[in-house]
Write a protein that binds this ligand. Sequence first.
Ligand code: GLU
Length: 487
Amino acid sequence: MAENIRVRFAPSPTGFPHIGNIRTAFFNWLFARSNGGKFIVRVEDTDQERLVPGAVDAILDGLVWLGIDWDEGPRVDGPFGPYLQSERLDLYRQAADRLIAQGNAYRCYCTRERLAEVREVQQKEKRSIGYDRHCKSLTKEQCQDLDAAGAPSVVRFAMPGSGTTEVNDLIRGQVEWQNELVDDFVLLKSDGFPTYHLAVVVDDHLMEISHVLRAEEWLSSTPRHLQLYRAFDYPPPRFGHLPMILGPDRSKLSKRHGATSIMEYRDAGYLPEALKNFMVLLGWSLDDQTDVMPLDVIIKNFSLERVGKPAAIFDLERLGWMNGIYIRQLAPTELAAQMLPFLERDLPAELLPVDWEYFLRIVPLIQERLKLLSESAQITSYFFEDRLDYSAANLVQKGMDAESAVTALQRAGHALIGIDTFEAETIEQALRATAVELEFKPREFFGTLREAITARSATPSLFEVMAVLGKDRVLARFSAAAKQVSS
Ligand code: GLU
């Protein structure tokens, strides 16, 4: 593309970033990376009342964790800074002054009470709701008098009262609005802070943003923005509104669907690569059928033409499935490194630190089963514990009695004690021979041994588990189990 592509992610730090926010960031990032463009982060912190402490860092840390890097913005700076709107207030004031001077904006001194009354009447008369332009006709002198008397004011944009505003949205196609249905919205609040509408247009222009890709909920703001571009005589960027994200029940995405702060995905043990692959499918597809794609394939193929209009469905189960696939693709050493912090977080302190070499032998055994890194401790704890919590019913399998269970355990111990190379194959041979010799049913015999070794009913191959545990631990577990059965 010959054009200079510059896109931005413009979060408002009024809460912690959820999957919807990050999907927007990711699509912008992909668009930049696939077109050799720049990806900019700009913090839209002009709603001072709704600022949430820590939200800016949570947003930026979330991007870092996901590997969504930005070319300009907080922490990295750039030629169009500052990238925090609260540090750009003069620019917005100047812009508002310019619009007032041109006759595209005016001061409004209406009180909250008056605005509420106007709304009430409009509602009662079933007219469209919006500011009634009461202050539009104030003269300069009247404004000066009101200012001198200390009356607080806002600045409103003077929307054209007729005609239409149109956009050819890159995703939604041609959209048109009747100007008379858009009211004279506020540009500058009485505290001197700009509204989103003013700040977004001023900054997208000054930062030379070429494409505005944002969530569909902002589509209805677009006529306001386009009118502002016209009043400033700025060339507007291209707009693309990304499809909504709904829960599997097609209701608005909420916590109930598992859509929580992005850092909770990290803590729950999702891999950034899996989450990105999952997110790109919330609106984009390669060919309507491929699910799992490495990032370089996504970057190479990403295009707005393949972003759909219909709402995307967020399905946490699918994310879990996707995560399992990415976990299986990791080299065991890499997986071990990813699991370690979760073991350190979740294993009882007395089992730490984990013996790294030992752990490296455990990982290949559980790699197939692991879906979330947060299951790391749960899925491996029996390798580390000294004493297992046995179920009596599993030690003495159905069809056995206490005596035969003890015999099974003792004879299994004898069979293994003399093995020199303690490997899955040799262990299996020895134990199968014992089962035959004692005329045990394999299900019963190995059921008892499995409980003794793992205290679990579902485990990786028992012989491999024993080989990793090593002879000493295995023998100790057999005796502990036998002791429990006979007590
Ligand atoms: N600050 C807005 C938000 O929180 C940005 C909307 C836009 O991208 O224009 O999503």
